[in-house]
Design a protein around this ligand. Structure first.
Ligand SMILES: C[S@@+](CC[C@H](N)C(=O)[O-])C[C@H]1O[C@@H](n2cnc3c(N)ncnc32)[C@H](O)[C@@H]1O
Length: 201
């Protein structure tokens, strides 16, 4: 059982996590031309907080994670709410064979810093988007290693926007822009979170 499996049942009881998801959903809506026929992939969805806020903005959302604990909680939430346009799935794009599915948008919140090979995942995001499709990545700006206090190791200490922009450009994304979507207050410190938006050619 992973750290995320153990935390799954209590994940939604933290109002700060819910609020972050709500704020990012609003920022996505404000930044991009969403249309009701679009399909989306949320990568690293956990219990689906972000996609629950976006569920009326897409025809269908595939919600992917590698934590069975998170996916179990998510599946129950979808059934309880009677939602028909959200599908949870266990997926690791860093190791699974390439999927044939294509999406109009891929978005993720606080996931990239958990993924060791960021070049590979960005390339996979590019491949699974339709031409003209959008990538949204929200994650920590570069931090000093104090963000994770729960023993989580093997993570990136946030990201320098300039170098992430180069990585994203290198696989072919254009129209790249950054904004600060919210700031996490923790350990008497402030950890800004950026939203990167990029478009597939
Ligand atoms: C910090 S949590 C964020 C969850 C959610 N986006 C939120 O903000 O509530 C990171 C999530 O990424 C998932 N994750 C980590 N590595 C992953 C991978 N390689 N592929 C898919 N999901 C992954 C974890 O299981 C966890 O649910």
């Amino acid at each position: 059982m992973t750290n995320f499996d153990e935390r799954a049942k209590d994940w939604d009881s933290d109002p700060k996590k819910v609020e972050r998801a709500r704020v990012l959903a609003e920022a996505i809506r404000a930044a991009l031309p969403l249309k009701p026929k679009m399909s989306a992939l949320e990568y690293g969805c956990a219990t689906g907080l972000l996609s629950f806020f976006l569920r009326d903005d897409f025809a269908h959302i595939l919600l992917a994670d590698i934590s069975d604990g998170m996916l179990d909680v998510l599946a129950d939430k979808i059934v309880d709410a009677g939602i028909s346009n959200m599908t949870p799935t266990r997926m690791d794009l860093t190791s699974d064979p390439p999927t044939l599915s294509r999406f109009d948008m891929v978005y993720s919140l606080l996931v990239l810093h958990h993924i060791r090979n960021t070049d590979k995942i960005i390339e996979r995001f590019y491949k699974i988007l339709h031409p003209g499709g959008w990538l949204v990545i929200a994650d920590l700006d570069a931090e000093d290693g104090t963000f994770h206090t729960d023993g989580t190791t093997d993570v990136h200490l946030g990201f320098e926007r300039e170098s992430l922009q180069k990585q994203v450009e290198a696989v072919g994304f254009t129209n790249i822009r950054f904004s600060t979507v919210f700031v996490i207050h923790k350990n008497d410190r402030e950890y800004p979170v950026f939203m990167l938006v990029a478009q597939k050619n």
